[in-house]
Design a protein around this ligand. Structure first.
Ligand code: HEC
Ligand SMILES: [Cu+2]
Length: 348
């Protein structure tokens, strides 16, 4: 594994690098070999069977062995390519259960990253080395896409739903990410305090992924380009701090905020968190499980299902319950929905 880029590919910064690049170069060299073979044979035949005076062409018959050969060998190759591609796709889409969750909110034209402790960073992502990290992507306006070439991952961020991607960084350092879905550009520049004009747009939606060592010096001692040198734990504690709840004066994590919203929005009049069914199903051990629906089908309780259940409760009604839950469309913000989901996740 090597963080130095090659002619064709960026450096390898995640566990996906080796397998991905192996397949890429396999396909590349396969294409080179086949190109040379096919074009070489064509040129050879052009010369060998060129028109000459006195020579008359004779139509050839079937050559069964050759025909079976050129049918079966590409078939084997394509099945192998499909197998490797599919196995890679499966490992890209299935994060390990202990992955660290970071929420990513895209908007025109910046990124907001929210860490498990509730802290935020803008336009710079901070992750620990050697730990699986899952990004939960959403968008506040149009479709954006999180693309981290060094990790070999890319995923759309779509308004109104959640998508995820995961990776495990293998080296301490920094690598770039980009928005990979054209999302427009501002018509007017932003006037900075120092008198300069700054243009924003799709092109400016990029930044650095800082890959921190797990332990290390306190964050104050390193900054700027060397931010990643700071230990992950101390950076989280000292810089990516949780917001303060004005009511209590304490720092709150998204899950703690979700718990407050659970009470404030009267979800607790119909949903328990201790396993007992009330007017609605209990939230205990709900997340990550399959739930039976009234129409006889079942569905996995994930971020998108919980979101839909809150905004459009009548779409998927849980078996054994009446569709009496009110819709919270318009009365809960995206942030509040995220916090409720974070809380429900902790009740697994
Ligand atoms: C008036 C009672 C009531 C209130 C208040 C209520 N719910 Fe529900 N909820 C239900 C019922 C009944 C169901 C099961 C039927 C269905 O799926 O619509 C349900 C289902 C759900 C589900 C799907 C549960 C599962 O097991 O699949 C979620 C998630 C949910 N509610 C979240 C919330 C949240 C969040 C709030 C507060 C913002 C809330 N509910 C407020 C009655 C309520
Ligand atoms: Cu974008």
């Amino acid at each position: 594994m090597n963080t130095e880029p090659t002619m064709q590919l960026p450096g390898q910064w995640s566990t996906f690098g080796v397998g991905y690049d192996w397949l890429f170069y396999f396909i590349y060299w396969l294409s080179v070999v086949l190109f040379v073979a096919v074009v070489g044979a064509a040129l050879y035949f052009v010369v060998k069977y060129r028109r000459r005076p006195g020579v008359k062409s004779e139509p050839t018959g079937h050559y069964l062995l050759l025909e079976i050969g050129w049918t079966v060998s590409p078939l084997i190759l394509l099945v192998m390519l499909f197998h490797w591609g599919f196995a890679g796709y499966v490992s890209l889409t299935a994060p390990p259960p202990d992955a660290l969750d970071i929420r990513v909110r895209a908007r025109k034209w910046s990124w907001d990253f929210e860490y498990p402790n509730g802290g935020h960073s803008q336009d710079e992502l901070h992750v620990p080395v050697g730990r699986p990290v899952r990004l939960i992507l959403s968008s506040e306006d149009v479709i954006h896409a999180m693309y981290i070439p060094g990790f070999r991952v890319k995923r759309d961020a779509v308004p109104g739903s959640y998508s995820t991607l995961w990776f495990e960084a293998t080296h301490v350092g920094r690598t770039r990410y980009f928005c990979a879905e054209y999302c427009g550009a501002a018509e007017q520049p932003v006037h900075e305090a120092d008198g300069t004009d700054r243009y924003t747009g799709h092109f400016s939606m990029n930044g650095w992924v800082n890959i921190h060592p797990v332990d290390g010096p306190a964050a104050e001692s390193v900054s700027g380009e060397n931010t990643w040198r700071s230990g992950w734990a101390s950076y989280l504690e000292n810089v990516l701090r949780a917001p303060i709840d004005p009511a209590t004066g304490h720092e709150v994590t998204p899950a703690q905020w979700g718990e407050l919203l659970y009470a404030r929005n009267q979800c607790n009049t119909c949903h328990s968190v201790n396993g007992s069914a009330m007017t609605g199903p209990t939230w205990q051990h709900m997340f990550g499980q399959n739930v039976d629906l009234a129409d006889g089908t079942h569905v996995l309780v994930d971020e998108n299902y919980v979101r839909e259940s809150i905004l459009q409760p009548a779409v998927k009604v849980v078996r054994g319950f009446n569709p009496v839950m009110p819709s919270y469309q318009g009365s809960l913000t995206d942030r509040q929905l995220d916090a409720l989901i974070a809380y429900i996740r902790t009740l697994r």
